[in-house]
Design a protein around this ligand. Structure first.
Ligand code: 5GP
Length: 190
């Protein structure tokens, strides 16, 4: 998606050789016009799939998934990382290792919000090593529901997330794919 690639080139900051900071349009300040275009593109990429629910993980996935959901006309469920005392006690859970934080955390979804007949599209902001997507797909499977695919805003192809996720039989569609960021120079796939 050219619009997203151009925005990454203009506003993205490479940290080290493997982390991209996109705080001013995707992870902190949010460009809703851009999110709308991303939502339309996700809809086009998953055309013809009978999707009943979008699943993401807090925090950064929520805004992207919510705007995209308007084009699918389905609810968004986000897996919680932080336990509030109002969280339902009946939950599906998975352990996720965070690449950016270098630690594991548990994600939880109330059993009320995914059912066995759901066809779930997973959406996230980044695909790095695939742990977040795998954790969410485990939750969908615990519910006996089906993962229709994973829609990613920015994929880093030099990490092995796509292979890990595809090995689970999950179709991956990314809006911008970065081949490398060596020395701070962003190179996109096609
Ligand atoms: P994975 O689970 O695929 O290893 O990593 C994906 C998760 O880590 C995403 O949910 C995202 O929040 C975070 N992440 C991974 N790489 C980056 C990155 O380069 N930049 C930012 N901003 N977040 C990242």
């Amino acid at each position: 998606m050219e619009l997203l690639k151009n925005r990454i080139l203009t506003d993205g900051k490479v940290i080290g050789n493997s982390v991209l900071k996109v705080d001013n349009f995707l992870n902190h300040q949010l460009d809703i016009k851009l999110f709308n275009e991303m939502g339309k593109e996700f809809r086009r990429l998953f055309e013809g799939e009978a999707i009943t629910k979008i699943l993401t993980v807090e925090a950064s996935g929520i805004a992207i998934a919510s705007i995209a959901a308007q084009y699918f006309d389905v609810p968004v469920v986000f897996a919680k990382k932080y336990l509030g005392n109002n969280m339902d006690s009946e939950t599906y859970e998975a352990e996720v290792f965070s690449f950016t934080k270098n630690q594991s955390f548990r994600i939880r979804v109330s059993k009320k919000y995914i059912s066995h007949d759901d066809r779930v599209l997973i959406i996230d902001d980044f695909l790095a090593n695939g742990r977040a997507i795998l954790g969410m797909s485990q939750i969908v499977r615990q519910a006996g529901a089906r993962v229709v695919g994973a829609g990613i805003a920015i994929e880093k192809a030099f990490q092995n997330g796509r292979a890990v996720v595809e090995q689970e039989g999950i179709r991956v569609k990314s809006l911008a794919i970065i081949e490398s960021m060596e020395g701070g120079k962003l190179v996109f796939k096609d």
